[in-house]
Ligand binder design. Structure first.
Ligand code: NAD
Length: 420
C-alpha cells in the first residue's frame, strides 16, 4: 500500500476545494475540519493461551450536528488516529449527502485479525467494547462493520454493551450497533447493502450515459463484503469481471471470472489466490487491466500519482473509502475517466444501517423488497443532488458531493448557532 501522505490531509484538500468553490463561511470551515472527539483506548486482553497482550483502539467522532455519530469499526494493522480521523470525516459527508439523521464517526483496533483465533478476536472485541464504555450508545454513537469486521463481531459488541446496562434497559438498546446478524436485531439486505448501492449507482450512470452494461467488463479490487457483493450483483447485468484482486493476489480472465464461483472458492481457501479458472497476475497488471468499470473495494490510496496513469477504464465506482488521492483524481479527470466518489458511491451500507436502526427502535421487521426499494430511492436522490451541484458548479462529482454535504451542515450551524 502506498501511503505517501496523511490520509486526513487528503480529506482537507478535498474539503478546501469544495469550500472555496461554494464560498463556505470561514467559521464553519474551522468547525468542520476538526473532529469533535478523539478517543484512544489501550486495553489488556487475556488471550486463550493465558498470555496478556495490550491493544490500542480508536473511535473518532467527527461531527454530530445532524444526528448521532455513525460509522464502522475496522480491524487492521494500519489503523491509526490519522486514518480513523479521515474515515470519520468521510462518514459525516456521506450521511449528510444521503440525507440521513446521522453525524460521522469511525473506529478500529490496530491489529491483524488473521494472526488471531476466533476465540481471541471475540475476547479482543468484548474488551474493546468495555473500554469504549459509554462513548458509544444507541442514540449517541452507533458502530457498524468495516474492513475485517462482520455481523458476528457486531453481535459480540451488542452482547457486551447490553451486559453493561441495567437488565430493565437491555431490550431498548439493540440499536447500539448495526450490521448485526438477522436473529440478533439485524436487517435483511444489510450484508449486501454497500455492494448493492454501488451497483444501483453504476446502473444509473450507465442509463445516463446510454452505456449498455450487458457485455461490459469490470475489475474489482477487494473481494470481501463490498467487492464480492458488487461483483455478484454486476453479474446479473451480464457484465464480465475480467480481473479481481484481494490481499492474497490478483486474477485475470479475458472471458470473465464467475463471481459466485470465486466467492465459494475464496470462502474455502482464505482468499482468491490459486483459483483454477483464471490466470494469476501481479498488482501492476491488475491495475492496468483494460475494462469499462473499476470497482476499488479494498484499501485507501490505491489510485495515486504513481498508479493513475496506468488505469485503463471508462469509470471508477469507489466502493472503498478513499481509494483515490487528490493527485490520482486530477490524473483520472484529465484522462476523461468518470469517478463516482466514495462518499456517494458506498453510502448504501450506512443507508441500510439506518433502516436497521429504525426497525430496532420501532420493533419492526422489514422484508427484502422493502429494504431494497427504499435503498434504491434514497441513493438515487443522493445521486441527483450530487448531479445537480456538479452541473451548477461545473465541477467533478467528488467536489459536488462535498458541496451537497457542506450546504446541509452549514445550514444547521446557521440555524442553531454556537453555544453559548
Ligand atoms: P472486508 O474486510 O470484507 O474486505 C476487504 C477486502 O480487501 C478483502 O478481500 C481483502 O483481501 C482485500 N484487501 C486487503 N488488502 C488488500 C490489498 N493490499 N490489495 C488488494 N486487496 C486487499 O472489507 P469491506 O467491508 O468489504 O470494506 C472494503 C472497503 O469498503 C473499505 O474501504 C471500507 O471502509 C469500505 N466500506 C465498507 C462498507 C461496509 O458496509 N462493509 C461500507 C462503506 C465502505
Amino acid at each position: 500500500m502506498i501511503k505517501d501522505k496523511s490520509l486526513f490531509e487528503n480529506v482537507v484538500q478535498q474539503f478546501d476545494k469544495a469550500a472555496d468553490l461554494m464560498g463556505l463561511e470561514d467559521d464553519i470551515r474551522g468547525i468542520l475540519t476538526m473532529p469533535t472527539n478523539e478517543i484512544v483506548v489501550h486495553f489488556p486482553v487475556k488471550l486463550k493461551d493465558g498470555s496478556i497482550e495490550m491493544f490500542t483502539g480508536y473511535r473518532v467522532q467527527h461531527n454530530n450536528a445532524l444526528g448521532p455519530f455513525k460509522g464502522g469499526l475496522r480491524y487492521h494493522p494500519a489503523v491509526n488516529r490519522d486514518e480513523v480521523r479521515a474515515l470519520a470525516a468521510w462518514m459525516t459527508w456521506k450521511t449528510a449527502i444521503a440525507n440521513l439523521p446521522y453525524g460521522g464517526a469511525k473506529g478500529g483496533i490496530q491489529f491483524d485479525p488473521k494472526e488471531y483465533s476466533i476465540a481471541d478476536i471475540e475476547r479482543i472485541t468484548r474488551r474493546f467494547t468495555f473500554a469504549l464504555g459509554s462513548n458509544i450508545g444507541p442514540e449517541y454513537d452507533i458502530p457498524a462493520p468495516d474492513m475485517n469486521t462482520n455481523a458476528q463481531i457486531m453481535a459480540w459488541i451488542l452482547d457486551t454493551y447490553l451486559s453493561m446496562q441495567p437488565p430493565q434497559q437491555r431490550q431498548a438498546n439493540f440499536h447500539v450497533v448495526t450490521g448485526k446478524p438477522i436473529g440478533s436485531g439485524g436487517s435483511v439486505g444489510r450484508d449486501k447493502a454497500t455492494g448493492q448501492g454501488v451497483v444501483f449507482l453504476i446502473e444509473r450512470w450507465a442509463h445516463d450515459h446510454t452505456f449498455d452494461l450487458s457485455g461490459a467488463t469490470y475489475i474489482v479490487q477487494g473481494f470481501g463484503n463490498v467487492g464480492s457483493w458488487a461483483a455478484r450483483l454486476m453479474k446479473e447485468h451480464n457484465a464480465k469481471m475480467v480481473a479481481v484482486e484481494d490481499a492474497s493476489g490478483a486474477l485475470f480472465h479475458p472471458q470473465g471470472i464467475d463471481p459466485d464461483d470465486l466467492q465459494n472458492y475464496a470462502a474455502n481457501h482464505r482468499g482468491i489466490m490459486n483459483y483454477p479458472q483464471a490466470e494469476a497476475i501481479d498488482h501492476e497488471a491488475f491495475l492496468g487491466t483494460k475494462a469499462d468499470i473499476f470497482i476499488p473495494a479494498a484499501l485507501e490510496n490505491q489510485i495515486t500519482a504513481e498508479t493513475a496513469e496506468s488505469i485503463n477504464v471508462k469509470m471508477v465506482a469507489e466502493g472503498a473509502n478513499g481509494p483515490t488521492t487528490p493527485e490520482g483524481d486530477r490524473i483520472l479527470f484529465d484522462k476523461g475517466i468518470f469517478i463516482l466518489p466514495d462518499i456517494l458511491c458506498n453510502a448504501g451500507g450506512v443507508i441500510v444501517s439506518y433502516f436497521e436502526w429504525l426497525q430496532n427502535k420501532r420493533a419492526e421487521f422489514w422484508d427484502l423488497d422493502k429494504v431494497d426499494s427504499k435503498l434504491h430511492r434514497l441513493i438515487m436522490k443522493a445521486y441527483e443532488r450530487v448531479h445537480a451541484e456538479a452541473n451548477a458548479f461545473n465541477t467533478d462529482w467528488r467536489t459536488a458531493a462535498y458541496i451537497v454535504a457542506l450546504r446541509r451542515l452549514e445550514q444547521v450551524y446557521k440555524n442553531r448557532g454556537i453555544f453559548p
